[in-house]
Design a protein around this ligand. Structure first.
Ligand code: GDD
Ligand code: MN
Length: 377
């Protein structure tokens, strides 16, 4: 997935890696964490050692301008540490995936470098993932017993809560945004089309690997030890784009027609609002026609931008004209079915609105098919 050069340093021989197989790979994405690594690595290694787990610690660094390489080189003399440097790519999520691709352990643990996540809890996450029924383990702030440090301002707290709420239909986890988690390497390998944007790599993995049984272990999330957070506003906006991708993935074949229907519904509202306003300045027939045209253009814009975003090869004008034609035909289907049912089928003579509704549905379905097959090929 990445084309970068990677400078993997050979780890020093250490008691943790003497075993033939590596049980655990701890993956730590870093950007400018040279001050934190000398504190983090010994604590992680100690916890793993005490739990008798053979392990490697993989630092995935995006070519930090600080002392990260020197610090890692020093640490690798005493600890089972590997440094993987990416030169051309940036980003927390892709760094984690990169680390996982290099990992040799049967269990993968991901954690931040800034000591926000308690190193002494790593073996607990590993033990939990070894239970047969568990697919994914989260070091969680939001289950009972978990907490975040006081310094979390209201804004960060609220932000985190809203982000979590938006992901609620995707996962049952209380803290799906967590950056401290464990899964089996086999689960990672079974993941489909990983393409996260932004920070939420745990959520991406849970959804794309279709994890059913997620276990949450309460942790205290501490304020970072040294340095500042890299979570920018841009990353937060990326989260919304990421969510849209995840919903589309989860919904599968239903996603596109559903999105089309949602756009259509918004178009009905636009239509009626415009119609109400235009009626005050134009004669009825013109107002109606103009409102329909505005709503159609609205639908076209949204569908081109979102529903069929991957099909924008053709020019806007061409697609707009085709969309207009397709809508006209859909309108005709709608009109014919509504009127036809009301006139020909006795039942619908008393249920004209129902006939109209069926007309709308048929017209919309027809619109969808035409758009799908002729406009946004
Ligand atoms: N390789 C790499 N590349 N690492 C990065 C990058 C990047 O572009 N950006 C951040 N990191 C590393 C940091 O160096 C740190 O080790 C870890 O990723 C987390 O980054 P922070 O900047 O400390 O993030 P945070 O504390 O705001 O966010 C944490 O908490 C969030 C939940 O509140 C992370 O754990 C998030 O994953 C989590 O969603
Ligand atoms: Mn942090």
């Amino acid at each position: 997935m990445s084309t970068d050069v990677n400078t993997t340093r050979t780890p020093a021989v250490h008691s943790l890696t003497r075993a033939a197989t590596i049980e655990v790979s701890v993956i730590v994405p870093t950007y400018c964490e040279a001050q934190n690594l000398p504190e983090l690595v010994p604590l992680v290694a100690k916890a793993l050692d005490e739990a008798n787990l053979s392990a490697e610690i993989i630092i995935v660094d995006d070519d930090s301008p600080d002392e990260t390489p020197e610090v890692c080189e020093r640490l690798a003399q005493d600890y089972p540490l590997r440094l993987v440097v990416r030169h051309r790519e940036r980003g927390l999520s892709s760094a984690v995936i990169h680390g996982m691709e290099h990992a040799r352990g049967e269990v993968l643990v991901v954690m931040d470098a800034d000591l926000s996540h308690p190193p002494e809890r790593v073996p607990e996450l590993v033990a939990a993932i070894k239970e047969d029924s568990t697919d994914f383990v989260i070091g969680s702030r939001y289950v009972s017993g978990g907490k975040t440090d006081e310094d979390w301002g209201l804004f960060r707290w609220l932000n985190s809560k809203v982000a979590t709420l938006l992901a609620w239909p995707l996962t049952s986890a209380k803290d799906p945004m967590a950056g401290f988690f464990a899964l089996r390497a086999a689960t990672f390998k079974a993941a489909e089309r990983l393409d996260p944007i932004g920070y939420k790599i745990g959520l991406e993995l849970m959804v794309k690997s279709r994890c059913q049984n997620v276990k949450e272990i309460p942790i205290r999330f501490r304020d970072r030890l040294h340095g500042t957070s890299k979570l920018t506003l841009k990353e937060q906006l990326n989260y919304l784009r990421h969510l849209a991708r995840l919903y589309r993935f989860r919904l599968g074949a239903v996603a596109q027609p559903l999105q089309f229907a949602l756009v259509g519904s918004s178009g009905v509202i636009v239509d009626l609002c415009c119609y109400a306003v235009l009626l005050t300045v134009l004669p009825l027939s013109a107002a109606r026609a103009l409102a329909i045209w505005i709503a159609m253009s609205w639908n076209f814009g949204l569908n081109r931008r979102f529903t069929f975003a991957e099909c924008r090869r053709d020019s806007v004008i061409k697609q707009y004209v085709l969309f207009g034609l397709a809508c006209m035909l859909g309108g005709l289907v709608n009109w014919s079915l509504s009127v036809g049912l009301s006139n020909q089928v006795p039942f619908f003579q008393d249920w004209k609105l129902l006939a109209a509704l069926l007309g709308v549905i048929a017209g919309t379905g027809f619109n969808y098919l035409l758009s799908r097959h002729f406009v946004f090929r």
